[in-house]
Design a protein around this ligand. Structure first.
Ligand code: SAM
Ligand code: SF4
Length: 525
């Protein structure tokens, strides 16, 4: 896809590039335009806000694969002597996008920093999943203003899921003119051009595309560490749960080709990585969009099972697409770990229906039964939303009984947060906030109890721990995770970092385990 085609699919066209307009012309143009006029101009001519009906009709055949990403010569040195900082909010997908942006900026000559005051370019990689995630970002945008006033050449950018929302772009353009750059989740590969425009242009650079059909394979990455790595296997989501903004911010489901994923995993194995996590909003839908290939998530896991990398995880699974073939492959074990994160969201059939989850409580329990039958030691964790519009006390109780029945060992629990553009946000909601908080409190107490009980069962046992580094609280203590994602703190030699070692558990807590390393390794100085 060329530049012109890319622009044709733009939701918001970028401010005219500095290649085509002189700086003076640009300044004059902006001076003549109020910010209201600018917004009207962008939004009337080319911007389409999230449109659920349209999103549901999006077509599959438009997916194209690109292997030709390059940084134009004039941008390869543009960051020389300068530093960047990317602040990441939200899920693993965002963390991995940050690794890609860091890779691109590094190839442009930038160095990374963690010091806000040292940075010449700051990007906020945002999350739109709940309102408080958005509030945090707007707080940070406000905090950065004095720095921009002090350092006018500092480039401030907002990217990630929030940038895909009309109301957010609107608010930034109207109220936060100190932000130089806004770009969406489909525009990451355009970063070199956007940074250049922001550097030399005088207007806010805004580039947000609704076109989400393409996969760009050869983007550079600077991975965070040498022990664990994220691997995207697919992008987007077509499930349209009624509370969720993701299908609008991340676009339609589109899978990477298996050969590209396998090559990436082999590369990571060769570099000595000990663990990979396959990423997608709904990994079980992997491959369903291939028109020329009958190859799904179970097939991919079977192929990755043969690669010599010690640990393979995946997230997130949607119960609806979790098929028997996948269960059969997972039951082979080996590097396929027996911790399955399987978001249920609610235990009430009525609520599940209104959430458009497309499974019932009974379907979910049957899936759990099949998983346990094939993988008897499987650990299950989940995501739950409380206070979905008009959730009754009885419906909430059904969630509580489901949590007990399945015996989840951990859960991410959330109070429902209305998201503009989603069907649930249009519903009148008669559940008071205080009741929602109480329900969350009760649910968390139950989850904590179950987590503590599962931890207790490890007392005196020896577990395999992938050692990630020193504990944040005490540098003399090492920390890592078991195959079932339990955090373990233990005393051991620094040479164990990056390795999988045996640790005997001496003390259990609600969310972590303490222990001692079984074999004493010789520390290499
Ligand atoms: N694709 C995954 C799935 O279907 O489970 C999860 C993706 S989402 C980033 C992570 C979790 O955020 C969801 O499982 C859900 O529990 C929660 N979530 C999504 N939208 C929400 C909303 N509007 N309010 C509260 N929680 C929400
Ligand atoms: Fe959101 Fe997950 Fe549902 Fe997709 S499957 S709409 S990402 S909650």
């Amino acid at each position: 896809m060329n530049e012109k085609q890319l622009l044709e699919q733009a939701q918001i066209n970028p401010v005219q590039s500095t290649d085509n307009i002189s700086e003076q012309e640009n300044v004059e143009r902006i001076k003549k335009m109020s910010s209201d006029e600018m917004i009207t101009k962008y939004f009337q001519t080319s911007y389409q806000p999230p449109d659920l009906k349209k999103a549901r009709k999006r077509r599959r055949e438009e997916v194209q694969f690109h292997y030709d990403f390059t940084i134009p010569e004039d941008m390869q040195e543009i960051g020389r002597g300068k530093k960047f900082l990317i602040r990441t909010y939200g899920c693993q997908m965002n963390e991995h996008d940050t690794e890609v942006m860091a890779g691109i900026l590094t190839e442009m000559g930038y160095e990374s920093t963690t010091e806000t005051n040292e940075a010449d370019l700051i990007l906020l990689n945002t999350c739109a999943i709940r309102e408080n995630a958005e509030n945090k970002v707007f707080g940070e945008i406000g905090h950065l203003k004095p720095l921009k006033v002090e350092k006018p050449d500092l480039i401030l950018g907002v990217c990630g899921c929030m940038s895909q929302e009309e109301s957010v772009v609107d608010r930034i353009m109207k109220k936060h003119q100190h932000i130089d750059l806004v770009f969406g989740t489909h525009n990451i590969h355009r970063l070199p051009h956007l940074v250049k425009d922001a550097m030399f242009g005088k207007a806010q650079v805004v580039e947000v595309w609704s076109k989400e059909g393409d996969i760009i394979e050869n983007l550079p990455k600077v991975r965070n560490g040498k022990i664990k790595a994220w691997v995207n296997i697919m992008y987007g989501c077509d499930k349209f749960c009624t509370y969720c903004i993701v299908p609008m911010t991340r676009g339609k489901e589109r899978s990477r080709r298996p050969e590209d994923i396998i090559q990436e995993v082999r590369g990571l194995a060769a570099q000595g990585y000990q663990e990979i996590t396959l990423l997608g909003q709904n990994v079980n839908a992997y491959g369903k969009d291939f028109e020329d290939l009958d190859y799904q998530f179970g097939d991919l896991m079977d192929d990755i099972h043969k690669i010599d990398i010690p640990r393979v995880r995946f997230t997130t699974s949607h119960p609806r697409d979790f098929d028997d073939h996948l269960i059969e492959v997972l039951s082979k074990g080996g590097n396929l770990l027996d911790h399955i994160h399987l978001p249920v969201q609610s235990g009430s059939n009525e609520v599940l229906k209104r959430m458009n989850r497309k499974y019932t409580r009974e379907d979910y329990l049957e899936l759990v039964r099949k998983i346990r039958e094939a993988i008897p030691n499987a650990t299950l964790t989940t995501d739950i939303i409380v206070g979905f519009p008009n959730e009754t006390e009885e419906q909430f109780e059904e969630t509580m009984t489901l949590v007990e029945e399945v015996g989840f060992e951990a859960a991410y629990t959330f109070i429902y947060s209305p998201r503009e553009g989603t069907p649930a946000a249009k519903k009148k909601d008669d559940v008071p906030e205080e009741v929602k908080k109480q329900r969350l409190y009760r649910l968390n107490a139950l989850v904590n109890k179950q987590s503590a009980a599962s931890m207790k069962s490890y007392e005196g046992k020896t577990v395999k721990v992938l050692v990630e580094g020193e504990s944040k609280k005490d540098p003399n203590v090492l920390a890592g995770y078991t195959e079932k994602s339990k955090l373990v703190n233990f005393v051991g030699p620094k040479s164990a970092i990056g390795k999988i070692v045996d640790v005997k558990i001496t003390e259990t807590k609600t969310w972590s385990l303490n222990g001692v390393m079984v074999e004493n390794m010789v520390e290499v100085k």
